[in-house]
Design a protein. Structure first.
Length: 258
């Protein structure tokens, strides 16, 4: 989490006994590492030592959104790969599903991202899946006394309880945006206004007047405007902590340092 430097791909680093970001809890639902490795192998065969793993991630992220019906955006290249990867940094810096609004705002501000970026980038939750431990406390034990989160729609909560019969169920797959897990659209925001945001961090966006106003503006505007704004936010995030010049390296294998 030192920036956009491909550190999440590392299996191990030169730091003795250091667990990498890949094994950190926030990254345990991340998939596609083998796909990135295949892309790297193809590029190394054609132009060895030129294209970084960090650039491959940035480009693949953009293309995956396009393939789900979302927008394209400009992806500047020239990033270099980091040599360090620390699981504790992922735990402390990646927004967690349990984060409240104040924590989310601070974590984004630490990366020079504002509330508009927070709302826009959260829309990535319109695609993909989660597992029960990331939100089951909202169903069974929000305050440690066996209570349910009152900010969660009751019908939605009942449906989730039928699927997640245990807070520790790590195998059941739950769509972050039901019916839209493979389609990039505005339905994530519609669900938030219906109190059907899966995570506490999702519903937190509706309890701040600034972010709630922006959500409503996105829903009342055109899909083209949303796509354009999302692309700009992704470009901005893609410039966080970039390594260039003689900093870092171009890894030959994305999973290990040279």
């Amino acid at each position: 989490m030192q920036g956009c430097d491909g550190s999440v791909l590392l299996n191990f680093t030169s730091s003795s006994g250091n667990q990498t970001e890949k094994v950190a809890t926030p990254n345990q639902t991340v998939r596609g590492f083998d796909f990135i490795d295949r892309l790297k192998s193809l590029l190394e065969a054609e132009c060895p030592g030129i294209v970084s793993c960090a650039d491959i991630i940035a480009l693949a992220a953009r293309d995956s959104i396009v393939l789900t019906g979302g927008p394209s955006w400009r992806v500047p290249t020239g990033r270099r790969d980091g040599r360090m990867s620390n699981a504790s940094e992922a735990l402390s810096q990646i927004p967690a599903p349990f984060d409240n609004f104040t924590t989310l705002q601070q974590k984004f501000a630490n990366k020079s991202l504002d509330l508009k970026d927070l709302v826009l980038l959260s829309a990535a939750h319109t695609i993909g899946i989660s597992h029960c431990p990331s939100f089951a406390n909202r169903l069974y034990n929000l305050s440690g006394v066996g209570d349910r989160d009152p900010t969660l729609d009751s019908e939605y909560a009942d449906n989730l309880r039928l699927k997640c019969r245990s807070q520790n169920d790590t195998t059941t797959i739950i769509e972050m945006d039901p019916g839209s897990r493979k389609t990039f659209d505005l339905s994530y925001y519609t669900s938030l206004l219906k109190r059907r945001g899966l995570f506490q961090s999702d519903s937190a966006l509706t309890r701040n007047s600034n972010t709630l106003t922006y959500i409503n503006q996105l829903l009342q505007g055109s899909i083209g405007n949303f796509y354009s704004e999302f692309g700009l936010a992704m470009e901005k995030m893609g410039r966080v902590g970039v390594k260039t010049g003689t900093t870092g390296e171009i890894r030959r294998n994305c999973a290990v340092v040279n």
